[in-house]
Design a protein around this ligand. Structure first.
Ligand SMILES: Nc1ncnc2c1ncn2[C@@H]1O[C@H](COP(=O)(O)OP(=O)(O)OP(=O)(O)O)[C@@H](O)[C@H]1O
Length: 565
């Protein structure tokens, strides 16, 4: 009754307003009408509520503004735009459209909720009944059992999951029933089974927890995963379905670190907005430390005598005859165990104008072709690429110049520099020291050139600084069949025979190259930003060149500490 009366009066009012305007019955007519209307309607309205409704409605600022606009227009010469607007508004299809809008706007489209169950215990004053419609998507919540009381609690809500989106279930809520089945005598596994078997609407009875999570903010923490992870194979994860699988090198956005053991994360740039569980850094480190003795049973050394501490030196030499390649690496940590690889926080980086180039570091087993690839890069653009000049303590030969083939320094000074960690790598050959100094890299970068360096993989961790921002390329051998085919005419320089001349590759060299590559990848793979298989040389070279161009021109992820300098 109330609605009908009101609707009728309002309609009459609007039509009077309309007529009043179009008939131009005189200025002030509309305001007059508006203020008189509540009094006129008084007789038809019984309750105080209705009266106050009318006052509010006719006192509406928007209505007054409309009236004001109409008043303004009244009596004035109508502009072309106003005339056009009026013409448009009086068209039948616009009128129909407005009428459809009004009809639709009056309807309620809220879902019709089922009636609450009758059997709610009055004593349970804070019980909440939640009804969720479940499709194939998992619920996105994990539960835990309080060992002392046996109560089942919501342990975590996965960000972006069905439960999170509903906004109805919270961490700390105590679960009492699922679809009318009491859960307090059940194990979490049994409850998960009930949930997994339920399709369509699921009713939960929960006692809201007192924990207040606060507004869900999405922290912007990006991590590069340094290991492969498959929740299906993880016996420790509380719920395998809630886990997020990833590969070494993937960038993950961590959205919650609330739990010390299980973080929530999603793939950066991925289409799935739902977060999954990943082991926290601390937890993964603990697990890795625990497993470490197992990895130590793997062969830790190459069987051949160490020979490969050489390449950056060799290429720097101009004179082929003086080519030394058999420097022995002083350190025995060639295949030491790298730091426990879990995650590394990363940020976007793009080389700015005038900023120094990232140091390009090539890593690979002996004979794989690092030298060949460097040589091709240098030839392709000598103004852009360069290599370091090594230091040596051996005496200068007549055809050599200081600072060209080598920086010649005394044995004593070399030892002092070793002591002061001025070398990236150093070694000894026939009683003389050879080494690549940190300053020699700096001097190439200072000339605004790309410095190409190849090192033993254990050196990488010392080079990973904001100053050098190394771009590490791992050059890998192809299959043994392809090695046999492609290296028919190749010579292994670091495997010189007794007379000092390079010799053809043997079957043993190929096997050793493949094994060494495998070991390097297992232990240092998390430090490689690019992996190139040196099968066909031209293809490998063009892949390398493309990768280097991208590094210079595109935005990519680097450890966050490199972006703070
Ligand atoms: N893709 C390829 N196909 C055929 N031959 C190749 C290829 N890559 C490299 N070689 C040849 O293999 C030999 C060894 O290459 P290179 O000297 O560049 O290896 P390296 O990785 O620098 O090894 P070292 O540990 O001896 O310094 C050279 O004769 C080179 O020309």
């Amino acid at each position: 009754m109330y609605l009908n009366t009101c609707h009728l009066q309002t309609t009459r009012f609007i039509s009077k307003l309309y007529r009043c305007y179009f008939n131009s019955t005189g200025a002030g007519c509309l305001y007059e009408l508006l203020s008189a209307l509540p009094v006129q309607l008084q007789a038809h309205v019984d309750s105080a509520d209705d009266r106050s409704f009318l006052h509010t409605m006719f006192g509406e600022r928007s209505l007054h503004s409309l009236v004001k606009v109409l008043e303004e227009l009244q009596g004035k010469v109508l502009s072309v735009e106003v005339r056009e607007l009026l013409k448009l508004l009086s068209k039948p299809h616009i009128k129909s459209l407005l009428s459809v809008h009004d009809t639709v706007a009056q309807k309620s489209y809220e879902p019709e909720l089922p009636p609450l169950p009758d059997d709610i215990d009055d004593d349970e004053d804070s019980v909440k009944i939640i009804r969720l419609v479940k499709n194939k998507e998992p619920l996105g919540a994990t539960i835990k059992r309080d060992e002392r009381t046996g109560a089942i609690f919501i342990a975590r809500i996965m960000r972006g999951g069905a439960a999170d989106r509903s906004g109805l279930i919270h961490v700390g809520d105590e679960l009492k029933e699922v679809n009318g089945i009491p859960v307090d005598d059940k194990r979490p596994e049994d409850i998960i089974r009930i949930l997994a078997q339920s399709q369509g609407a699921i009713t939960f009875k929960v006692v809201p927890g007192i924990l207040d999570e606060g507004p869900a903010k999405e922290p912007k923490v990006y991590l590069r995963a340094l290991f492969d992870y498959n929740p299906e194979e993880d016996t420790a994860i509380p719920c395998k379905e809630a886990g997020l699988a990833f590969r070494r090198g993937d960038v993950l956005q961590v959205v919650s670190q609330d739990d010390a053991t299980w973080w929530q994360a999603k793939h950066e740039g991925g289409a799935d907005h739902r977060a999954g569980l990943i082991p926290s850094k601390h937890f993964q480190e603990r697990r890795l430390a625990h497993r470490r003795p197992l990895t130590n049973t793997l062969p830790q050394k190459i069987t051949r005598k160490p020979s490969s501490f050489r390449r950056s030196f060799r290429l720097s030499k101009r004179n082929k005859k003086t080519n030394k390649s058999m420097y022995e690496c002083k350190k025995s940590e060639q295949y030491d165990t790298a730091d426990l690889p879990t995650y590394e926080e990363v940020a976007h980086y793009r080389k700015g104008h005038g900023a120094k180039h990232r140091l390009v570091v090539l890593v690979g087993p002996t004979g794989v072709g690092l030298n060949e690839l460097k040589r091709k890069l240098l030839i392709s653009d000598p103004q852009h690429f360069s290599v370091t000049i090594p230091h040596t303590s051996r005496g200068k030969r007549s055809q050599e110049s200081d600072g060209v083939e080598y920086h010649f320094i005394s044995k004593h000074l070399f030892e002092t520099d070793i002591h002061n960690t001025k070398f990236i790598e150093h070694g000894e050959y026939k009683g003389n020291y050879y080494g690549t100094s940190v300053d020699s890299v700096r001097s190439v970068l200072a000339k605004n050139k790309v410095c190409l360096l190849d090192v033993q993989p254990h050196t990488l961790k010392n080079l990973r600084t904001a100053e050098f921002k190394p771009f590490v390329v791992f050059v890998k051998p192809p299959s043994i069949e392809r090695l046999r085919e492609t290296r028919k005419n190749a010579k292994i320089i670091s495997g010189k025979d007794d007379k000092g001349s390079a010799k053809p590759f043997t079957e043993e060299d190929f096997l050793e190259m493949i094994n060494a590559a495998q070991l390097m990848e297992n232990q240092y793979g998390h430090l490689f930003e690019k992996v190139i298989v040196n099968d066909d040389l031209t293809t490998a070279f063009s892949e390398l060149k493309t990768a280097l161009r991208k590094v210079e021109t595109e935005t990519h992820w680097v450890p966050i500490s490199w972006t703070h300098s």
